[in-house]
Design a binder for this molecule. Structure first.
Ligand SMILES: Nc1ncnc2c1ncn2[C@@H]1O[C@H](COP(=O)(O)OP(=O)(O)OP(=O)(O)O)[C@@H](O)[C@H]1O
Ligand SMILES: [Mg+2]
Length: 356
């Protein structure tokens, strides 16, 4: 027996001979808030639909509370889904939309249904909206009704497909806080699909990154950000400079790589077997100074191409060599005139590499 609420084992899905999901193995504990993050078309919705039973896997297994539900009909699974387009019933008011599942289940009397719907409406902060129809609600309010409808019969797992994508920035931020609150209150397992890295990083403890139907990493948010397992993840999550370099030297845990043989970076590494590498440096890890200082690691001369003011930070585009431009994020909000000569510096701990 495992203590996972949901587990997928080598899950595969083909659509017309094209492999959409390739051997997906996920193990999710009760009460976790998980994000499935990936670019458009990577297979996120397909995975969610398979978990909900709206599609069937071609191979592999889904275990829910240690029971095999791979072939179980959707309405028999204690799993509910909130769809990207909300999918509210347009001819039913808010109360009827939320009560729908409870009435179908035939487990509750009228009074109990009323109480449960009102509790759900309170939770999503929509008390007194019972009589409104979906077309009388804003996008954010419809989203809340969809969530209330999905949690009302207390599923073990709630699946949310891009719950924030149709909302403007302010409502989105409010909704993020509410999702965190809701998940804690209900102590329910949430699996949220998103293509937005900041939603995934801020909402969920663990993130499953999916690319082209492959699960590339499933780890906590900090690990995904600081120790991406693949080049794709390093590029997809965060703002990252990537360039090719050649191994020059490896000594005492410091790997020296060079770009065009004259620009060198020292990188902290346990081992190195590659002669040619892709070097990744996050924008925020590059520090800029006007004066050179011997104390600064990886001190490299650069020329400012432009500084873009963004309110609480600036982004500098720096020319380091003829074909090498790097970007840095500067929280001091300094602005440099184009052509200003500066020094960039980056800690050897803050550079990661992938074999080419
Ligand atoms: N019913 C279907 N028949 C054939 N191909 C499909 C079907 N559903 C999805 N696909 C294909 O499977 C791939 C994954 O689709 P999916 O909807 O899972 O992607 P997604 O990651 O959710 O993308 P998005 O972020 O755009 O919603 C796509 O190439 C899509 O065209
Ligand atoms: Mg999708």
């Amino acid at each position: 027996m495992t203590n996972f609420v949901i587990e997928t084992v080598n899950l595969c899905k083909y659509y017309q001979n094209s492999l959409t999901l390739n051997n997906i193995n996920l193990q999710i504990k009760p009460g976790e808030f998980i994000s499935i993050l990936g670019p458009s078309g990577s297979g996120k919705t397909t995975l969610l639909r398979i978990l909900a039973g709206l599609e069937y896997a071609c191979q592999g297994q889904i275990l829910l509370d240690n029971k095999d539900i791979t072939k179980l009909e959707p309405y028999k699974r204690p799993v509910n889904m909130v769809f990207q387009n909300y999918a509210l019933f347009p001819h039913m008011n808010v109360f009827e939309n939320i009560a729908f599942g409870l009435k179908i289940a035939k487990k509750n009397n009228k009074l109990k249904i009323k109480e449960t719907v009102h509790n759900a409406l309170n939770l999503v902060k929509l008390s007194n909206f019972d009589n409104r129809y979906p077309n009388q609600l804003s996008g954010g309010q419809q989203q809340r009704v969809a969530i209330a409808r999905a949690i009302v019969n207390e599923p073990l797992v709630l699946l949310l497909d891009e719950p924030l994508s149709a909302l403007d920035q302010q409502i989105r931020d409010e909704m993020k806080d509410e999702l965190i609150y809701l998940q804690k209150q209900l102590n329910m397992t949430f699996i949220m699909v998103t293509h937005d890295q900041s939603d995934a990083l801020s909402l969920s403890k663990r993130i499953a990154v999916i690319n082209n139907g492959n699960l590339e990493q499933f780890a906590n948010a900090r690990e995904i950000y600081n120790e991406p397992k693949t080049k794709f993840i390093a590029k997809f999550i965060g703002n990252t400079n990537l360039f090719s370099a050649t191994t020059k030297n490896f000594n005492n845990g410091i790997l020296t790589v060079s770009y065009n043989s004259d620009i060198c970076f020292d990188i902290k590494r346990n081992e190195c077997n590659d002669t040619s590498l892709t070097v990744c440096i996050r924008f925020e890890k590059i520090k800029i100074t006007k004066e050179a200082s011997d104390h600064l690691p990886n001190l490299i001369k650069a020329v400012v191409v432009q500084s873009q003011y963004q309110g609480n930070y600036t982004v500098h585009l720096l020319k380091v060599a003829d074909n090498l431009m790097l970007k840095s994020i500067d929280n001091t909000c300094s602005i440099y005139e184009p052509e200003t000569q500066v020094w960039l510096s980056v800690n050897p701990d803050d550079i990661f590499t992938f074999g080419n």
